[in-house]
Design a protein around this ligand. Structure first.
Ligand code: ARG
Length: 456
């Protein structure tokens, strides 16, 4: 089949060579964006009297028909036409005749493809932001149920200090808040139109780029035509923001997985978000959480992939850039899917408050309370640490916890210890008294929740 750019060629490439160069297999996902961009472009060509009104009308009518067919899934793409741009242009010409060939006046596939990518992210990044916010709401709702639920807090995955379980859950709220801000800030750079840059140097036609921007709803146009066709930073930024978001989801997933084990049993996932084993009848596996943890890998891969594609490319457009698409599509699907699933998983999970309560009552996570108690009474903290450590060791030898240790035993290490120590050692008191700004004290957690609510 003759190529739309075939004029200077004496022979055609073989089908398998075309196949290697074609992007239609994946860039057909940009069909709507490509039509939208063409509609704006030809409308602008008409307004500038670069094309006569009757030609513009015919082209617009043809594009409308192509859009209808695309909506109905009736377009048949061919590898021989390489990519979405040439496929649509060929279909347009087949549909309305040679006048369809006027659509590409003052335009190149280089500014066209960059425009499509901007349109794609301009439409979908707000979807990502919406899903993040939805997930934040669910986390906040769970947290509100568990302000008074005492849980062990960890460092090194070793019991550290008792906390409000809401305080723990809210960490993910704040991580997502930063993700949301990053995606929102990136919109500023997505919202710039490359159309009108031509192949790279601009065009001799009296086009009106600002008119195109207005028609497509862009805030601005690229100031440099060469930058316009070679910039893929906005995609790198999307992939980078997504990689960090997936890191957050993966960390949360890891905790969900640990908490679901028989050893922890801090939560139980709803059956609807769990799977069984084909051989072990007792199994209930946190597959969805594991899958999200695993999918972080492809998000990282897509980011490194594009950075690597770009790093050696001279200005301006190079065919290497065709490699920008699959990773972007894949990451978009990954992020949207992971956010939806995770929200449902957290909304429907049951928190085992009894088990959390039991955990902090059978550990040494209140040891800091004793050290702080002695320090408050004037003992240098370093010494208080030593005294407490010795008492912990005594308990370990006897197979008991600090609250079980008789006062006389404690007094052997320090006469400063009085009977009121038992109130201080209660895990509830340990949490309540951590009332420093942003701490886990119940009052502080309530302030935090109110602040979070305001953000939504
Ligand atoms: N399919 C190409 C891509 O995705 C479109 C741009 C082609 N431009 C060119 N000069 N070959 O990058």
């Amino acid at each position: 089949m003759a190529k739309l750019w075939g004029g200077r060629f004496q022979k055609s490439a073989e089908a398998w060579v075309d196949e290697f160069g074609a992007s239609i297999g994946f860039d057909q996902q940009l069909v709507m964006e490509d039509i939208e961009g063409s509609v704006a472009h030809v409308t602008m060509l008409g307004a500038q009297e670069i094309l006569p009104a009757e030609d513009v009308a015919k082209i617009l009518e043809g594009l409308a028909q192509l859009k209808e067919k695309a909506d109905a899934g009736e377009l048949e793409f061919s590898v021989a036409n390489e990519d979405i741009h040439l496929n649509l242009e060929k279909m347009l010409i087949d549909l309305i005749g040679p006048v369809g060939g006027k659509l590409h006046t003052g335009r190149s596939r280089n500014d066209q493809v960059a425009t499509d990518m901007h349109l794609f992210l301009k439409k979908r990044v707000p979807e990502v932001i919406g899903l993040i916010e939805n997930f934040q709401k669910t986390i906040l709702e769970q947290a509100e149920q568990h302000v008074e639920t005492i849980a062990p807090g960890y460092t090194h995955l070793q019991r550290a200090q008792p906390i409000s379980f809401a305080h723990h859950l809210m960490v993910y709220f704040w991580q997502l808040q930063r993700d949301k801000e990053r995606f929102s800030e990136s919109m500023k750079r997505i919202d710039i139109l490359p159309l009108g840059a031509g192949a790279m140097a601009g065009t001799t036609f009296p086009i009106d780029r600002l008119k195109s921007a207005e028609l497509l709803g862009f805030a601005d146009v690229y100031a440099n035509s060469m930058d316009a066709v070679s910039d893929r930073d906005f995609i790198v930024e999307f992939l980078s923001n997504s990689a960090l978001l997936m890191t957050h989801l993966s960390r949360f997933a890891e905790e969900i997985i640990i908490w679901s084990t028989d050893e922890f049993k801090f939560i139980e996932l709803d059956d609807a978000f769990s799977t069984g084993s084909s051989i072990m009848p007792q199994k209930k596996n946190p597959d969805m959480a594991e899958l999200i943890r695993g999918k972080a890998g492809r998000a990282f891969g897509n980011l490194i992939g594009l950075l690597t594609v770009l790093k050696g490319t001279p200005l301006t457009y190079n065919k290497d850039m065709q490699e920008d698409k699959e990773g972007m599509f894949d990451t978009m699907e990954t992020v949207l899917g992971s956010l939806k699933i995770f929200e449902g998983m957290v909304r429907t999970m049951t928190v085992n408050t009894q088990r959390l309560h039991g955990a902090v009552h059978s550990d040494f996570s209140n040891a800091t309370e004793l050290a702080d108690y002695l320090a408050t009474k004037g003992m240098p903290f370093r010494e208080a640490h030593e005294v407490t450590g010795k008492l912990v060791f005594t308990c370990i030898q006897q197979g008991i916890y600090l609250l079980d240790l008789p006062l006389e035993e404690m007094k052997k290490e320090s006469a400063l210890i009085e009977a009121d120590i038992y109130e201080v050692l209660a895990p509830e008191a340990a949490v309540r008294r951590r009332n420093s700004l942003g701490g886990t004290g119940f009052e502080q957690v309530k302030i935090q929740l109110a602040k979070a609510k305001e953000l939504l």
